[in-house]
Design a protein. Structure first.
Length: 393
């Protein structure tokens, strides 16, 4: 007799994780000096900063360990000192006053999303989001029995949802996820656009979930703003993984509306107990590492500029406005109608790992791919030359 499979098994795969495995295997099989530039496989598939945690954060963790700190459980919402520091971040960066009691320290943003979704939505609820989108939004919702409602966006809307688009929805969804800067396109909502969307959601009983994990990484003229400045009912998700370069430490946070504080706390107590204590110590110290973090950002900016300058000559000339984050979303419909196969050939032939667009947009992603440029700068700037040689340009 076949055994029952749970609902969670229905979640689609996060394909970029498969690309990581393929790139690792390809790198292991390469002979020394396989490429003239001696850089090996160029890792442009995943949004993982190549710099690692800032020195001050790592040193804070070392000091705590050497002092004999047992690193036991913290409160479910995290260390009081870290929550106060995050609240200070909102005051200093955005001019917004938030109570530390509304802040939940989480096991990365990845741990924040299921807490937010479970507290705010019911099984069967529809939650809207722009397409293309960060795959785990839809995959987590699907695993929880909720229904992703995709809003097809393109260059005409800068790959972001618009108020006009939302006003046409009938019936209204239970929630809306926005991201600014967004993954994969790197585009941003202006403060005025975010304010209009946040106020529309609040007025219409649509729970807004604002993914702000790429805040601190913007390069153009669009200013960063936080949804909490415009709505008391919005949920904000953030993380130490991107600007703070602390992916493997698995540390993030939620900024919650008052009505969800206790429900999320109860869920966190049962699902996670607490975020890792040592990671919380390091995260608090990371706020004092701005000089190093801004130097990392300057490196991303240089890599971004080199790619935007060099990729068109290599045949990648249809790129979304890269306002922030560290991604380039490229329309490669003139090169392929199968981005998954194209990326596999690119890894084999050019030694470049990139993410196929089908991971981010199941309907139209076969003609798109995403390059991440947060790896070592020397490797990132070499990509156009490799692509040009591979495509015979």
């Amino acid at each position: 007799m076949a055994l029952k499979t749970g609902r969670g098994a229905e979640a689609p795969p996060f394909l970029v994780m498969d690309v990581i495995a393929a790139a690792n295997a390809r790198a292991a099989s390469l002979p020394p000096g396989a490429y003239p530039d001696s850089l090996g496989i160029l890792r442009m598939e995943v949004g993982q900063p190549g710099s690692g945690a800032p020195r001050g954060a790592a040193e804070a963790a070392i000091r705590a360990l050497q002092a004999g700190n047992p690193m036991g459980y913290t409160e479910a919402f995290g260390l009081a000192s870290l929550r106060a520091r995050i609240a200070g971040h909102y005051r200093d960066r955005y001019g917004v006053t938030v109570a530390p009691s509304r802040i939940a320290v989480t096991v990365g943003a990845s741990g924040a999303f299921p807490l937010a979704f479970l507290a705010a939505f019911d099984v069967g609820d529809r939650i809207a989001m722009a397409a293309p989108f960060y795959p785990p939004y839809a995959n987590i919702l699907t695993a929880l029995g909720m229904v992703p409602q995709l809003l097809p966006c393109d260059a005409g809307t800068r790959f972001q949802p618009t108020l006009t688009m939302l006003e046409k929805l009938d019936p209204l969804p239970a929630g809306l996820i926005v991201a600014s800067p967004c993954n994969p396109a790197g585009t941003m909502l202006s403060p005025e656009e975010l304010a209009a969307i946040a106020r529309w959601c609040h007025a219409n009983g649509v729970r807004l979930v604002s993914d702000e994990i790429y805040h601190g990484l913007s390069y153009g003229t669009v200013a960063e703003s936080t949804a909490v400045a415009f709505s008391d009912s919005a949920i904000v998700v953030n993380s130490f993984s991107k600007y703070f370069s602390m992916t493997g430490w698995r540390i993030g946070w939620l900024l919650l509306p008052e009505d969800l504080v206790r429900p999320v706390e109860c869920l966190a107590q049962n699902l996670f107990i607490s975020a890792p204590h040592v990671a919380q110590v390091a995260a608090e110290a990371a706020f004092d590492c701005r000089e190093e973090l801004e130097a990392n950002k300057a490196g991303y900016a240089r890599a971004r500029a080199a790619l935007l300058d060099g990729l068109p000559a290599a045949g990648f000339d249809r790129i979304a406005a890269a306002d922030g984050a560290f991604y380039l979303w490229c329309d490669v419909g003139h090169l392929t109608n199968d981005s998954l196969e194209f990326c596999a050939r690119m890894l084999e032939g050019a030694g470049i790992a990139a993410s196929a667009g089908v991971d981010f947009d199941r309907e139209r992603g076969s003609r798109f791919l995403r390059f991440s440029y947060c790896g070592p700068e020397a490797a990132m700037v070499q990509a156009p030359a490799r692509l040009k040689a591979w495509l015979g340009r």
